[in-house]
Design a protein around this ligand. Structure first.
Ligand SMILES: Cc1cc2nc3c(=O)[nH]c(=O)nc-3n(C[C@H](O)[C@H](O)[C@H](O)COP(=O)(O)O)c2cc1C
Length: 405
């Protein structure tokens, strides 16, 4: 059951007699290492208390769509919908199934069901005749036709005294179904980098001078984004850590972390420092103002000296921490003595490869368009690529570095 470890489950509980079984379900999810946030309808509160489900889930239980405090956290339904890897409604009453089918949005449960971006697993529980009623069957069919997963109710003794189909599937069966839903929704990754975790940094960083001004550079992020896209296309699980840029996240990138300063980028990179491959494309600021003013510095007709201090050397830090088998690739932008400077950086920072761009060479440098790079390997190899569109440069870099080892 380790596949549930760390997964985020939103569990919607509606007002049927089987609501007490939600307690067991929460316990099983938690035991499997998942995080569970419970949403209860008003009617569910008549069957089981939020205290029970809150205690078992170790999270606040939500009911109404409006916050009970004055903190204005009205967007919770959107936040929960984005937080969830899967939403499970168990038990799902005939009433709640009808609301899910027709898009009614009158509770936290139904609002999250509409705003979520994850799969929905519905576990019906009701009296046999309610279950078999054409209206209920049609509502379940509507959900299925939209891609939601509706479990079959179990057969057996019902609270009404009848025997038939309508029982809530047993909690272990719901846990199994949840696992299958998560497995089916996980993007399948194929390609030569499948199974590898790759972090790519991109763009510039900004070091504040005062609340309105900063030191930065001309990096657009295009090269890093192209590399992230290429690695994802080849099957890697890619984390893209980006400074301020105007580019949208490439398809297939697993997660994007946006940062502003070099210190923030360092912190973000450290969260991925165990990844199999780290490619530092970002043009981080090498210097930052010694002290950023908290107020806008006023012009007074006088000149002004700005004291700069070095920022943290992220690449050197990664090189020092590097684990066995991890690949580390850096970029060097030089204006002069490119080869010599880049080789020095390669060795000093304990990298496998360094990608050298020489600013001023035709077709090389910042912005969209083309680049011209030379790859220098720790094994002494030197590979000079011609001027190419940045997407092709990315493909060539990946080919010569990551796919050769
Ligand atoms: C004792 C009792 C048990 C109930 N059990 C169920 C049930 O198992 N399934 C169901 O669909 N409705 C059941 N109902 C009816 C629902 O509580 C009712 O339709 C309610 O409006 C559901 O609201 P909700 O889906 O918003 O929670 C039961 C009602 C009572 C009083």
């Amino acid at each position: 059951m380790t596949a549930l470890r760390g997964k985020h489950i939103v569990l919607g509980v509606s007002g049927g007699i089987a609501a007490y079984k939600a307690a067991e379900l929460v316990r099983l999810y938690k035991k499997a290492g998942a995080r569970v946030r419970v949403l209860m309808t008003e009617h569910a509160l008549r069957f089981v208390t939020p205290l029970t489900l809150g205690t078992l889930s170790e999270e606040e239980v939500h009911t109404g769509i409006f916050p009970t405090n004055e903190e204005g956290s009205w967007t919770r339904h959107v936040g929960l919908g984005l937080w969830a890897d899967v939403m499970v409604v168990a038990p799902a009453t005939a009433q709640t199934i009808a609301k899910l089918a027709d898009g009614t949005c009158d509770s936290m449960l139904t609002a999250v069901a509409l705003s979520r971006r994850c799969p929905l697993l519905v576990c019906p529980a009701m009296d046999h005749d309610m279950y078999e009623h054409p209206a209920t069957q049609a509502n379940m069919e509507t959900l299925r036709s939209r891609g939601d997963i509706v479990m079959d109710a179990a057969h057996g003794e019902l609270a009404s005294g009848l025997v038939g189909k309508g029982r809530l599937p047993e909690p272990p069966a719901i846990v199994d179904a949840t696992l299958r839903v998560l497995e089916d929704s996980a993007p399948r990754r194929h390609g030569p980098l499948a199974g590898k975790t790759v972090t790519v940094t991109a763009g510039p960083t900004r070091e504040p001078i005062d609340p309105v001004r900063y030191i930065s550079n001309r990096s657009s992020g295009t090269m890093g984004f192209a590399l992230a896209e290429t690695a994802a296309r080849l099957g890697a699980e890619v984390t893209l850590i980006s400074g301020p840029v105007t580019l949208s996240t490439p398809d297939g990138v697993e997660r994007r972390i946006d940062v502003e300063t070099t210190a923030e980028m360092h912190e973000a990179v450290l969260t991925r420092s165990a990844d199999d491959i780290i490619v530092m494309v970002a043009a981080v600021a090498d210097f930052a103002p010694a002290a950023a003013s908290t107020r806008k510095i006023k012009k007074d007709g006088q000149g002004r000296a700005l004291e700069l201090v070095p920022t943290v050397d992220i690449l050197a830090d990664l090189g020092a921490r590097r684990r066995e088998g991890q690949q580390l690739i850096g970029f060097a932008l030089e204006t002069n003595d490119g080869l010599e400077n880049a080789r020095g950086k390669l060795t000093r920072k304990n990298l496998d490869w360094i990608v050298l761009n020489v600013l001023g060479e035709d077709g090389a440098g910042f912005g969209p368009g083309t680049n011209k790079v030379t790859l220098l390997g720790a094994d002494g190899s030197t590979i000079s690529l011609p001027v190419l569109p940045k997407a092709d440069v990315a493909a060539a870099i990946v080919h010569h570095t990551l796919l050769q080892s």
